[in-house]
Design a protein around this ligand. Structure first.
Ligand SMILES: [Zn+2]
Length: 180
């Protein structure tokens, strides 16, 4: 049994937040004992295998564990060996970053592929359809709507997208180096 490193304790704190005390307890055991099977966990925690499987499923869903599969050639019985995912933070950052990229890209497409209309007071923005419905007059102040120049915003989003994709490339390069 190994002692928990500071890093593992940080990971366990996250596990507690994401999966509650059960997830925490199981992950702590796995962190201390290395590769562990469902059966062992079920014995150690004195709970039914399906209860353990539910907890493991939850840990796996949050990418807190990784597994190795072993198939018995004679019986075809599959055994899963669970390990704490010490790559969790990298996976997590990638996951978050991809979400952000997705959001910016959506906004970028939205801004780039249509025209918007505004009054001089900029009460609000209208899409083409909305502006047409209003006979190209602002619903709030009654002024005539004209096409908005959103090229600055489009360029801004484009720069943001390029920048974040570049940091992604860089971090995946350094990550590959550090895990070698
Ligand atoms: Zn207006």
């Amino acid at each position: 049994m190994r002692k928990l490193s500071k890093f593992d304790m940080k990971l366990l704190a996250v596990a507690y937040k994401l999966t509650g005390p059960e997830g925490y307890a199981v992950l702590e055991y796995i962190a201390k004992n290395g590769e562990t099977t469902d059966d062992t966990l079920s014995r150690v925690f004195r709970v039914k295998p399906n209860v353990i499987r539910q907890i493991i499923y939850n840990l796996d869903k949050h990418k807190l564990v990784i597994f190795r599969k072993d198939i018995d050639k004679k019986t075809n019985w599959v055994t899963f060996y669970w390990k704490i995912n010490r790559d969790f933070f990298n996976t997590y950052i990638d996951f978050k970053r991809n979400n952000i990229i997705e959001k910016i890209r959506k906004r970028y497409d939205y801004e780039k592929n249509q025209n918007f209309f505004v009054c001089t007071q900029k009460c609000r923005r209208y899409t083409f359809d909305e502006a047409m419905e209003q006979d190209f007059k602002c619903a709030n102040c009654g002024q005539v709507l004209s096409m908005e120049d959103n090229s600055h915003l489009v360029k801004f989003l484009e720069r943001k997208l390029t920048a974040i994709i570049n940091t992604q490339k860089q971090s995946s390069l350094t990550h590959r180096k550090s895990t070698r």
